[in-house]
Write a protein that binds this ligand. Structure first.
Ligand code: ZN
Length: 324
């Protein structure tokens, strides 16, 4: 048994577990609210605390933990272990040497990775990506992230930045994005973007199941509500998912043209809409992509759920320790 700790630093929750990297099994899972508004130092201390708890958990032999992997919602420089900024987390995360800080306080080797790159690694080794030589993973949630495996290699690019599918341009003169670009996919197909489309429909006074499901409380509208209304046959909700699927389909088509993967994995909270989203994605891909043999690409949902990020972060720690 190879024991590594995987940490998933999320906008809402901070989660950690011991992962057996030989089997992908997880043990002693812990969860705390991130409370990101308390600032970077408080969040870092909570991470250190969780790691300490796990190293002392019942039945874990002393010094059994080999290293720690931390998945973060942003693009840490994986070569230096420094976070430049975390767009989806409040508080100042400018030039934070998180890897070195946690390493010093826990006396364990630490490796940082983008949260969706971690999910990609987890799904590739133990989930929906098993056996694929070339794949891409898209996680659609509060943001849209991704990861890439090419010819049996986990492809990271410069400083680990490969796979930023959320910032593919899908509208040339589109809305300005938090990344500094314009017309990015994330603005048209993430959870908050889907919710905003639903809010707009209700505000315009359209008769839709979306409003009924939340007693016309606009704050309660989220992507899950839209999916539920669509399942119940609401044409406005179905139209929203059709449009979102089209944007995702355009981005997936672009990805196919660059990577030509055997498999495309969809994860993240929004992907729980399943066929409601997959159907328009595939429809768009089939209509628009003709230079890649689309019929030979498998489109699948992620299998590991919220544990994918923990397993992947632990696998990344192992790779870094082994110099891989
Ligand atoms: Zn962007």
């Amino acid at each position: 048994m190879n024991r590594y700790i995987g940490v998933d630093l999320g906008g809402t929750n901070l989660r950690a577990a011991i992962v057996d990297t030989d089997t992908g099994q997880i043990f002693h899972q812990r969860q705390r609210p991130t409370l990101a508004a308390e600032g970077q130092e408080a969040v870092t201390q909570r991470i250190v605390q969780l790691i300490r708890e796990l190293t002392r958990a019942d039945g874990v032999p002393a010094r059994a933990i080999q290293a720690v992997g931390i998945g973060v919602p942003g693009t840490p420089d994986m070569d230096t272990g420094v976070i430049q900024f975390l767009p989806n987390l409040p508080g100042k995360w400018l030039n934070v040497a998180l890897e070195a800080i946690v390493q010093e306080q826990t006396q364990l080797p630490v490796a940082l990775i983008n949260d969706v790159r971690a999910i990609t690694l987890g799904e590739w080794i133990f989930g929906a990506g098993r056996g694929a030589e070339t794949l891409v993973c898209l996680a659609i949630g509060t943001g849209i992230g991704g990861g890439v495996v090419v010819n049996g290699q986990f492809h990271l690019g410069i400083g680990g930045t490969a796979g930023e599918f959320g910032h593919h341009v899908v509208e040339v003169d589109g809305l300005p994005c938090g990344c500094g670009g314009r017309g990015c996919l994330e603005l048209y197909a993430s959870g908050p973007a889907i919710a905003a489309m639903g809010v707009k429909e209700v505000m315009h006074g359209h008769t839709t199941r979306i409003g009924e499901l939340v007693d016309h409380d606009l704050n309660r509208i989220d992507a899950e509500i839209i999916a539920q209304a669509a399942t119940e046959g609401d044409p406005i909700a179905q139209g929203i998912l059709q449009r979102v699927g089209m944007y995702l389909g355009i981005a997936v088509g672009n990805i196919l043209g660059v990577i030509s993967p055997q498999r495309v994995i969809f994860g993240g909270g929004v992907s729980r809409a399943g066929d409601l989203l997959l159907t328009p994605i595939l429809q768009t891909v089939k209509e628009r992509v003709h230079v890649i043999p689309v019929a030979r690409v498998e489109f699948v949902l992620a299998e590991l759920g919220i544990n994918g990020g923990l397993v992947g972060a632990a696998l990344w720690a192992k790779r870094r320790c082994e110099g891989g």
